[in-house]
Structure formats: C-alpha cells, structure tokens
Design a protein around this ligand. Structure first.
Ligand code: KG4
Ligand code: ZN
Length: 333
C-alpha cells in the first residue's frame, strides 16, 4: 500500500510517500525559518507559510518517490495536537485529495506519529516498550503495550523538554532553535560546572517539570558579570543539558523497569540530542535494556512517521470522515 503522509502541526511543512508502512520512498520537510528572528514559533506566520508551501512540498514528495498521484492508496494527515491554524492547512489539503482521488483518509495523532518513526528504521523493535516522546511541544513517557495501545505514564507539568532547551539558549544568547546549538556547544563545555536542580517531583512520579530548571539558569546568568558569562557560556549550557538529560534518562529507565519492558525508545526533536543518546545507552546497558531511536531527520517533525502510522491504521480498516476537525490539544492516551 502506498500512503501519502502530510504533517503541518507546527513549523514544519512536510510530505512523504511510504510503502507498506516501512519503506520511505520520499520524505520532504520544509522547516520554516521565518520564526527564527522571534525566538519561537509565531502561529499566524506558521499557517501562512504552510499555505504557501504545501503544494510544492506534496509535489516534491510525489516526484521524489516517482509516484503519480493516482497511484496513492491513502492519505494520512496529522489532526492534532498542534497549532490549530497550521493543522487546518494540512487537514483541508488532505481531505481535498482524498475526496478528489476517492481514496481513504486517516487522521493521525502527532504523538503516535513520533512513536511510529521508530518502526520505520528499527525493524527489530516490537512492543511492548517504553517511549520517551520529547520535543518542542510535548514531553510524554508512554508505555506502548502494542501498536495502537498506549498508556500515559508521565507528562510535563509545564515546559516541554525542547521548549526548555530553546528558552535556555535564548537566556544564553546562543540562537534558535536552541536544542541543536546547546547539544553542539556542550561537547566543549564542562557539564559539572554548575549543579542545576533536577526536578524529580513526588516519589514514583513519571511526570516532568522543566520550568524551574530554566528559571534557575536565568537567575544564575543574571548574577554573572558579562566577562564571566562570556568565559563560561558553554559550561552553563553543558550543565543545563546534563540536568535535563539526567532526569529524562532516569525516569525513562525506571519506567521500563516498572513495566518490565525489555526495550526503551526515544522519539521527537530532543531524541536527536547526543548526550541523551549516550547516557540512555550506557544506563540501559546496566539493566539489560535495548535502546532504539530514529535517525535525526525522523526525530524532528516529518511526514514519513505520519504515513507509517497511517498505513497501520488504514490496514486495520480504519477511516476518517470529512468532518474530522483539527484538535489542538488532542490526547493520544
Ligand atoms: O519534534 P520537533 O521537531 O517539534 C515538535 O513537535 O515540537 O522538536 C523540535 C524541538 C525543538 O525544541 C528543538 O530545540 C529540539 O526539538 N531539538 C533538540 C535537538 N534537536 C532538536 N533538543 C536537544 N538536542 C538536540 N540535538
Ligand atoms: Zn513533533
């Protein structure tokens, strides 16, 4: 089955053609740069960019896959969570394709898409497993009992992990988006330069809280002289990264042990983080757990993951009707 995936939930306009849920024939992603000077996504600008780029992006995905529109068997599209104006562009476009081509439409939860990014490359990954879905908009710890069967173990109570990276990068004047920059500069920094707080919350809780850490960095920086800040900027970045990574890894491993899962998977933009990957690998080894994560392009928002989840749901006979609406706060579980 050939599925065309469409993803426009935030600031990436993306389209992809995937065969049988696993073979990526194309994966075209346009990351909107218009937001960079505002240090964050401006929703109205994001919708306008999606409107301008959706046609060339879908054309590009079909062209790269060498698949004619008439050969597509189904359309999968993100219906939420995300920015309502952005979601509506992809959703309306997918509906019009489904209607005019008389092919089935399936709405996909963006978080389920991130989880499915793992199945695209890691053919050995089988549920049950624990998945850390960590990105700019969400931070969830999910138990994947089976494909399509999820249990929410924990979620962020305030900022998402990626949001914390972006905000701390702003405090440190490092640029936007902050995650990749902090990741890069931290390789040269001293991760034990400052011991920032680790928020573990109540005993046994799998929830996260990152806003206190972000504030701690901001207060620390506000008390430094300009000269000391210049000298230690990357040490502070590395120390922040260490604090966030430690909590993510610790909770992820504990959750896997509690659920007696043999595997732990990472997903979402923050899953690209090199320190996180190293640390989860080394901690998992101690507990005989296997670690899985997608390649970088499949961690950040993309449409191949949406097509893959779409293939799974379409194959089960699921269909969405044309009254499917965009749901900004859609829950997966
Ligand atoms: O999954 P994604 O593309 O969008 C959302 O669904 O939110 O994730 C984007 C987020 C941004 O906050 C970005 O700073 C973060 O992922 N990110 C990283 C890295 N690469 C991207 N965070 C830490 N380390 C990275 N290498
Ligand atoms: Zn995402």
């Amino acid at each position: 089955m050939l599925v065309l995936g469409i993803e426009t939930s935030c600031d990436e306009t993306a389209a992809s053609v995937v065969r049988d849920g696993k073979t990526i024939l194309s994966n075209v992603v346009y990351s909107q740069v218009v937001h960079n000077k505002y240090w964050g996504v401006v929703p109205e600008l994001a919708s306008r960019e999606h409107m301008k780029t959706i046609v060339p992006i879908v054309r590009g995905a079909l062209g790269e896959a060498k698949v004619a529109l008439e050969k597509v068997d189904g359309v999968a599209v993100t219906y939420g969570p995300g920015l309502v104006g952005s979601l509506l562009i992809g959703l309306s476009f997918a509906k019009s394709l489904s209607y005019s081509l008389r092919i089935p439409l399936i709405g996909i939860n963006h978080i389920e898409g991130h989880i499915f990014a793992n199945f695209l490359e890691n053919l050995q990954l089988e549920p049950p497993f624990v998945c850390l879905v960590i990105s700019g908009g969400h931070s969830n710890l999910i138990y994947v009992a089976d494909k399509g069967e999820y249990e929410l173990l924990g979620r962020t109570r305030d900022d998402a992990a990626g949001e914390a990276f972006d905000k701390v990068a702003k405090v440190l004047d490092l640029g936007y988006p902050g995650g990749p920059i902090i990741d890069k500069v931290s390789k040269e920094g001293k991760a034990d330069f400052v011991r920032f707080p680790r928020a573990y919350l109540e005993e046994g809780s799998f929830d996260f809280s990152f806003s206190g850490l972000k504030t701690a960095v901001a207060i620390y920086v506000s008390r430094l002289s300009q000269e000391k800040l210049e000298r230690h900027r990357i040490d502070i970045a590395a120390s922040f990264q260490e604090a966030i990574v430690e909590v993510l890894v610790d909770k992820g491993i504990k959750a896997a042990l509690l659920k007696k899962a043999k595997n732990i998977a990472l997903a979402g933009g923050v899953a690209r983080n090199s320190r996180l990957r190293d640390r989860v690998e080394s901690e998992a080894k101690k507990h005989d757990l296997k670690v899985f994560y997608p390649s970088p392009i499949l961690c950040t928002d993309n449409a191949a993951m949406i097509a893959s989840a779409g293939d799974f749901r379409l194959s089960r006979g699921e269909r969405s009707s044309f009254d499917l609406n965009a749901i900004p706060y859609a829950k997966l579980c």
